[in-house]
Write a protein that binds this ligand. Structure first.
Ligand code: GDP
Ligand code: MG
Length: 458
């Protein structure tokens, strides 16, 4: 790893492949000197954005625009140049090779952001959020990730940490100068303060599950016997004809996956081949195996019924399969074809209590589809997902847990006796864990692991 070197680094920061424009970043002490070796411009010296050519000796390689950022007010905190070249991989390669020849080094994964962290432009939690923003799948999760980059999560952690630091200071003053009562806090007051900080940490921890849902999304598999309207339901949810719909049983032989934005959460919907007692073809058999795989992959099942006809042995087969399998996820009963007269009753059979909810819809008229999406979002836990920040990083989770444990111990020690010295020691452990989230005193090997998961160019 080169992370500790302070030389000048360069990399393509936009996605590989062909595009109108690609941006190459160059950052470090010698960034301006290096670009001057390969950049020919007639722009004025004082212009921050300069138009010109990347040249190899006298040969023009590309017509570009270079944006100059003077340290320290830059992304990395160093002198930085962003070269906008034409997005052709051959040109990009040539320009990068010229920069290497001019003494820039290929950047490691995440090295630009790593330098931003080292130079105090971002704390560690803010730097880690850069990846979350880039991989967000919905507008809601992108907004939350952007808030993390801007310090919304970090400032919550920092506030708790500062409050604990203040408390430790109070307790230490009390210990050192027991005779002076100017800054004296009673035991009850201290306990109340620690209780409130414990609650603050619990609140952050409790947003872990919902943040994960917001960022990673949930997977829903549409299952049921043939011809109940599974593919029609997928199409109705997507608002377009993605899956083939016919009145023939066994039309869908493979699984079809699509992602939609469902109340802010990325929802992967899988349409599956219908399960029935007998199968006509080997293709259908393979399709049914895929259906079973999809069921195991899913977080929620939508079991579709045709409410215009009675249950039959195919439904019983599915019920049997679900009972035998190790699937312990919410199952929503979707009574489709509600535009037709009702002939179905789920209660008349024994053991139909496996459903978390029952929803009536018509894939044909689209009646009830919006209700169904609400129900899916609610079942996934998305109603609690109104977070303005993300708490999805397992490193943060583990450190918050240790801080919570340390504060709980602090509280016990304070409660059982007059042992402020030990209490202070425990509270300092909590302070250390919270600091580590923000990147204070984090071991180099941990930093290496964090930033090496970033792509080159970030
Ligand atoms: N009346 C009515 N017909 C529907 C509805 N949904 C699907 N169908 C019809 O049911 C048949 C089977 O639909 P399809 O989506 O292929 O079912 P799948 O085998 O479960 O995927 C087709 O003829 C659809 O037009 C509905 O809500 N109302
Ligand atoms: Mg189908």
């Amino acid at each position: 790893m080169n992370y500790l070197k302070n030389d000048t680094i360069t990399a393509l920061s936009t996605a590989a492949g062909k595009s109108a424009i690609a941006v190459i970043r160059l950052s470090g002490e010698n960034a301006f000197e290096i670009i001057n070796k390969v950049f020919q411009t007639k722009s004025l010296i004082d212009k921050q954005v300069k138009y010109g050519y990347i040249i190899d000796g006298t040969e023009k390689i590309d017509e570009v625009v270079c944006t100059f950022f003077k340290a320290p007010r830059t992304y990395t905190g160093e002198d930085l140049v962003e070269i906008s070249v034409h997005g052709n991989p051959i040109i990009i390669d040539k320009v990068l090779n010229l920069l290497y020849k001019a003494d820039a080094r290929p950047a490691e994964g995440g090295e630009f952001t790593y330098r931003a962290f080292l130079n105090g432009k971002k704390d560690l939690a803010e730097a880690e959020a850069v990846c979350n923003l880039i991989t967000s799948k919905t507008a809601a999760s992108a907004k939350a990730a952007l808030n993390n980059i801007s310090g919304v999560f970090s400032s919550k952690v920092k506030t708790i940490k500062d409050n604990i630091t203040n408390l430790i200071t109070f307790m230490e003053v009390n210990l050192d100068h027991p005779e002076e009562d100017i800054m004296f806090l009673s035991r009850e007051e201290k306990l109340a303060k620690f209780d409130s900080h414990i609650q603050d940490i619990r609140n952050l921890l409790s947003s872990y599950k919902t943040s994960k849902i917001l960022q990673n999304g949930v997977t829903v598999a549409i299952i049921g016997k043939p011809n109940v309207g599974k593919s029609s339901l997928l199409n109705a949810i997507l608002g377009r004809n993605r899956a083939i719909v016919t009145e023939l049983a066994g039309t869908t032989t493979d699984t079809i996956e699509e992602i939609i934005d469902c109340k802010g959460i990325p929802l992967t919907i899988i349409d599956t081949a219908g399960i029935r007692d007998h199968t006509d073809t080997s293709i259908e058999l393979i399709g049914q195996e895929r259906t079973k795989e999809a069921m195991h992959k899913a977080d929620i099942l939508l079991w579709i019924f045709d409410s215009s006809s009675k249950l039959d042995k195919n439904d019983i087969k599915i019920a049997g399969f679900l009972r035998k399998s190790e699937i312990h996820i919410p199952i929503i009963a979707v009574l489709n074809k509600s535009d037709l007269p009702v002939n179905l009753s789920l209660t008349e059979e024994a053991n139909w209590d496996i459903f978390s909810d029952t929803i009536k819809v018509s894939a044909k008229t689209e009646n009830g589809i919006s209700n169904l999406l609400d129900k899916i979002a609610e079942t996934a836990g998305a109603s609690e997902t109104q977070n303005d920040y993300l708490m999805i990083n397992s490193r943060h989770y583990t450190l918050l847990k240790s801080a919570l444990d340390a504060l709980t111990k602090t509280r016990e020690v304070l409660k059982t006796g007059n042992a402020d010295e030990i209490a202070c020691f425990e509270a300092t452990n909590a302070q250390d864990s919270l600091n580590e989230i923000l990147g204070v005193n984090v071991k180099q090997d941990i930093l290496d692991v964090i930033f090496s998961t970033f792509c080159i160019g970030k």
